[in-house]
Design a binder for this molecule. Structure first.
Ligand code: SF4
Length: 430
């Protein structure tokens, strides 16, 4: 029976009971999937219309947001096939020694749920992950089967993101890429020693080997599509990964180094950083406290510096403090500029794009506008002020026809003048 997620509960008693049990499973398996940040929506206030007021909910079971390759924000049904697992990763709520309620969908149930949500316009796609039942190959086959039924039997054209299991045979992972828009393999922890300690069943070489195979499958498929119009697509939205931050002793410098190697070696679309959050029934080897959420935010900012602002990983690492971590009170671009003040001030009317991208407070769009505008006239400080949220942050690092920072760039107290007020920082605190 295709599952009905509608408000009315028609049908026979056994059909109603089956629907009820699917809903219970959905509650468990959508909740279990929330720890995966690869497509997480976060930072929004909890709202719903359960009391009969208003319409909509930010807490819909298992629905999250992701960005499609063309930049659209899309809603995904985000669930696990099962939260049973034969592995025992300490940081995971689904590990075999964890005392949580367990549930398991069969592939057809996930297909029915996806179609039911899709037909009601709740979602535009599916994000499917799973604990490992029986063994890696069996689980991977079940994940692939969901995507196969959706694509082949229902001609489903929505977005599909499949988590793949590095320990599964490469051929089964390859099948996943033939049906999915995006595949991802979690590297889990930034260092091999952290992985050995906290995920004893996993092997860093195997994980990176699986990512390497996906990379070569992506390249081969791209090449084949150039030569043959109807060559099969393989994960056209590429591959991504996730790293857990704060569960082991890895510093931000370790994390930045690892992320940059992953981008270089495997041509990843994204590395996601997930601040470790204490889980129910946590293992004793884990920290008791989560790292401040702003640490995750600073790592995303450093990721952007490498991907869009032309910083080398070694330069981002130069922005870290003596303990190897990025400062929490200021963003990494400002931290770098304060350390390397000899590179400033830059003349906005003459500097190269690369130099302008280093100015704290100037984003990629602002720099493009400066480059376009200065062809027509010399820019003044007020012109730059229109392009930034905070001219105070920009002023020490630039010159214009009517502004020179004189001693401001070298002031000993510049950091405290530019650091955001502490109340704003507290918004990100754990
Ligand atoms: S293999 Fe995945 S689901 Fe299983 S315990 Fe490890 S992280 Fe959790």
């Amino acid at each position: 029976m295709p599952f009905d997620i509608g408000e009315s509960r028609g049908g026979t008693y056994s059909e109603q009971m089956a629907a009820h049990s699917v809903l219970q499973k959905l509650g468990i398996l959508a909740d279990a999937a929330k720890y995966d940040a690869s497509c997480a929506s976060s930072g929004t206030a909890k709202k719903n219309s359960l009391a009969g007021k208003g319409i909509g909910s930010t807490e819909g079971m298992g629905i999250c947001h992701a960005y499609a390759p063309d930049g659209r924000c899309i809603s995904l049904l985000k669930i696990l096939l099962t939260n049973h697992c034969v592995f025992d990763c300490h940081y995971c709520v689904n590990r075999k020694s964890s005392n949580v309620a367990r549930a398991r969908f069969n592939p057809q149930e996930v297909v029915d749920l996806t179609l039911a949500f899709y037909r009601r316009n709740y979602i535009e796609g599916l994000f499917l992950s799973s604990g490992i039942v029986k063994n890696s190959n069996h689980t991977m086959e079940q994940i692939v089967e969901v995507a196969r039924i959706l694509r082949e039997e229902h001609d489903f054209r929505g977005y599909i993101h499949l988590k793949t299991i590095p320990e599964a045979d490469a051929e089964i992972v390859h099948q996943a890429g033939l049906y999915a828009d995006r595949v991802s393999i979690n590297v889990e922890l930034p260092t091999d020693s952290g992985l050995t300690r906290l995920a004893p069943d996993k092997d860093a070489r195997q994980i990176e080997g699986a990512m390497g195979k996906v990379r070569s499958d992506l390249a081969e498929a791209k090449d084949a599509r150039k030569r043959f119009k109807y060559a099969p697509r393989f994960a056209p939205a590429g591959q991504s990964t996730q790293m857990i931050v704060g569960a082991d002793a890895a510093t931000d410098a370790d994390i930045v180094g690892k992320a940059s190697r992953l981008y270089d070696n495997f041509r990843l679309r994204r590395v996601y950083y997930s601040a470790f959050s204490p889980i129910p029934d946590a293992s004793a080897v884990l920290p008791l406290k989560r790292p401040p959420l702003i640490r995750e935010h600073r790592l995303y900012q450093s990721d952007w510096l490498m991907r869009f602002y032309g910083y080398k990983p070694s330069e981002v690492m130069q922005a870290t403090e003596a303990d190897g971590n990025l400062p929490l009170d200021i963003d990494p671009k400002l931290a770098w500029a304060l350390k390397f003040r000899e590179a400033f001030p830059v003349d906005v009317n003459r500097a190269s794009k690369e130099q302008l991208l280093r100015v704290p407070g100037l984003g990629v769009k602002a720099v493009a506008k400066i480059l376009a505008s200065r062809r027509h006239r010399a820019l003044r400080l007020d012109d730059v002020a229109l392009l930034t949220q905070s001219i105070t942050k920009v002023r020490p690092f630039i010159c214009t026809v009517d502004w020179r920072p004189v001693m401001l760039t070298d002031r000993a107290d510049l950091r405290s003048l530019l650091a955001p007020r502490t109340e704003q920082l507290e918004l990100f605190a754990a």
